[in-house]
Design a protein around this ligand. Sequence first.
Ligand SMILES: Cc1ncc(COP(=O)(O)O)c(C=O)c1O
Length: 394
Amino acid sequence: MKSEDIFASYKDNIMPTYNKTPVIFVKGKGSRLWDIRGKAYLDFFPGWGVGSVGHCHPKVMQGIRDQVGKLIFIPNNYYHPFQARLAEELVRWSFPGKVFFANSGAEANEGAIKLARKYGARSGKFEIITFQNAFHGRTLATLAATGQKKYQDGFLPMPEGFRQVSFNDTAAFRSALNDKTAAVMLELIQGEGGLNVATKDFVLEIRRVCDERKLLLIVDEVQTGIGRTGSMFCYQNYGITPDIMTLAKALGGGMPIGAMVAKREIADLLTPGMHASTFGGGPVVCKASLGVFKAIRQDKMLQNCLKMGEYFKDKLHSLKESSPLIKDVRGMGLMLGFELNLPGRQLVEKCLERGLLINCTHERVIRLMPALNISKSDIDKCLKIIEQSLKECS
Ligand SMILES: Cc1ncc(COP(=O)(O)O)c(C=O)c1O
């Protein structure tokens, strides 16, 4: 198919739900992508957070290749070895709990919302506190949890039972609590919402209140999980443990998977027939995900993430000193970015022309989330392109 035919086919046959960049990608390896014309790109936003181990990591590919020749799918009323092994891996890295496997972040969060409702139902509680500028997904319940008007417009009414308060605001959080509150749902770094990092005091206070009032703390690690911030899960940077953690994106190394991990004390509240997902935790995705953990461990990616994250952040701060267009630099590990004084779209386009993929969220915030095994020389290349491109922005 020629490029024009592919664009035309999308236009004719695919729902226009995405703002699309007119590039057709055909190959990926590590932090590089190649388009249909053979042009190479340095990918500093691989798969919107999916690509923690880079494109087509050999350990992920090996897991998939091994499995497709044996058994592609088996439903959840039977057993297979790799769902068991992946659940063990998740629990070993996180906290004593049990796992429910799904296919996406929104689905993992739906599961968490249902588990919180089931937990609260015993005492007539159902409300979940979420935070302004959150993003938890696009299903109706997760849109309600997300709470942002721009995503909800046209889809009202939203399901009830969510109360939103301002982020990093302990007083607002405390005043939102009532006798219907069952849980709190939190991103420790709001990715879509503009790379806003939760303060330690705020998170510790939420954990304290949840303990005191026996509320569930749900931490949405769909974007921050699987090594992104230098710890396997971001909550580990705060010295707390959630009651429920949700994962997706990087968990499958590019294969679609979502997971909810819940503490043992509450995990068995969901009994047979209450919740399900046909494809959740199938053998191929589980093998891919086991490959992700193997890659992170054997290639020492957490250590690299911390080291490169520090280097990258320092360099971004230096760039801020020399560029009046940069207002603020923020983030943790390799979930970094900067806020501009002007809309970021122009910068994204200029970087694309020079062969660098980055992202702009919340209109003015540039998000940089390279693979955890990124090298110093690739970070330097990225910075050089950003610096050159910034000079052309106005
Ligand atoms: C924090 C967070 N939660 C949930 C989601 C939804 O994930 P998915 O698109 O896989 O449904 C996202 C997606 O960007 C996210 O960043």
